[in-house]
Write a protein that binds this ligand. Sequence first.
Ligand code: OFO
Length: 171
Amino acid sequence: MINEKIEKALNAQINKEFFSSYLYLSMSSYFESKNLTGMAAWMKIQADEEHLHAMKFYAYVIQKGGRAILASIEPPKSDWKSVLDVFEDTYTHEQFITASIDELVNLSLELKDHATNNFLQWFVTEQVEEEANVTKIIDDLKMIGDNSYGIFMLDRELGTRQPAPPAPAAA
Ligand code: OFO
C-alpha cells in the first residue's frame, strides 16, 4: 500500500530522472558534434545511469502497490557555449535533483513512511557522488582554460569511464 501523496511525488521523480537521461544524452550528442568522443562517452554513461535511476523509482512504486505513470518529457537544451558551460549546466541540474530527492525524504518523514525513507537513502548517497564527480571536472576545466591540449587530455581521461554496476531494484 502506498500513500497517494508519496506516489504522486515518486512519479514526478521518475519524470525528472528520465529528463536527466534525455539531457545528458543531448550533451553527449553535442560532444560528438565537437569530436570530443571521450566526453560524449562519459555523458552517454551518465544518461544510461539516469535511465536506471528512473527505472529504480518505477520498480519501487509498483512494488509498493502503486501505479507508475509516465508523463511527457520536456525537450532538453541542445547547444552550449563551451565544454565548461556543459559541465556547469550538469552541476546545476544535479543540484536541482539533489533538492528534489531531499524534498522526497522530507515528505517520507512527514508521512512516517519508513520504507520509502529507506529506499531514498540510496539516492541521497548517489547525489553526493554525482555532485562531487562533476565538481572535479569543472575544477579541471577551470585549470585548463583555453588550452586545447588540456581539453584533448581531459577528453581522453573521461573516455575511460566505465558504466557503474546496475543499481538494485530496491534499496
Ligand atoms: Fe539521477 O542522479 Fe543525476 O540526475
